[in-house]
Design a protein around this ligand. Structure first.
Ligand code: SF4
Length: 226
């Protein structure tokens, strides 16, 4: 099993009936601005090289972003903020991400999420989070030989990911560390960083500023040897 095999298997998953129905309904009904798109409408696999030393973990695909384009954080406002920052610090080949064939490359970095299907109101249930975790465990296991640092965007991703790190063989402290922006935790050979999510709710209100985002990403990139 390699990462591209895993990515392919993920795209066929139908384990969560509510999310399967939602992702496909959104793909059928579309947003007017994207009426000429053929929506992806399936689970979204991770994006980035198989030998990444840095991983970013988000929450779930956006209904009209990654659920439309089929690539993590591609085609929505959250991705606009994230990819601009990644480009600024040398982890991405371009500052924009509009479609899966736009030529964007990531350098030493992979981006994934603990829930792979777009959820209604961006809110997966705890059951859906737990059902999807096995995909993240498999992805972490395959990345383990090269992975040195991880940035988790938001408390949901943090809570979803910590058990996955434990299942993939890293040492997760007990009690489990709480999420916070700028929090740094060592998992034994892997540095974990917390960062507020790049959602519009956070970036429009100034809860997460461009400087704050770049600060965490730069520190994590340094820990990953990038
Ligand atoms: Fe499968 Fe995850 Fe999508 Fe559920 S959220 S259907 S487990 S890919």
């Amino acid at each position: 099993m390699n990462l591209s095999d895993l990515d392919h298997r993920i795209t066929g998953c139908r384990a969560c009936p509510r999310l399967v129905a939602w992702r496909e309904e959104v793909a059928r009904t579309k947003r007017a601005a994207f009426a000429d798109w053929t929506y992806w409408g399936r689970p979204v696999p991770g994006f980035g090289p198989a030998d990444a030393s840095l991983l970013i973990i988000g929450l779930a695909p956006a209904a009209h972003g990654a659920n439309r384009t089929g690539r993590m954080f591609t085609g929505d406002r959250s991705g606009d903020v994230l990819y601009e920052a990644l480009y600024d610090i040398g982890l991405a080949s371009q500052p924009t991400a509009v479609s899966a064939d736009d030529g964007l490359e990531l350098y030493g970095l992979r981006i994934t999420s603990p829930v792979r299907c777009a959820p209604p109101a961006n809110k997966p249930t705890p059951e859906e989070r737990d059902t999807c975790r096995s995909w993240l465990v498999e992805e972490l296991t395959l990345l383990r030989p090269t992975l040195r640092a991880v940035v988790v965007l938001g408390a949901f991703g943090w809570q979803a990911a910590l058990p996955a790190f434990a299942a993939a063989g890293w040492q997760v402290p007990r009690p489990r560390p709480a999420f916070g922006h700028g929090t740094q935790v060592s998992l034994g050979g892997l540095d974990l960083f917390g960062c507020f999510h790049v959602s519009q709710r956070n970036t429009f209100t100034g809860k997460l500023t461009p400087a704050m985002l770049r600060g965490v990403l730069r520190t994590a990139a340094g820990a990953a040897g990038l």
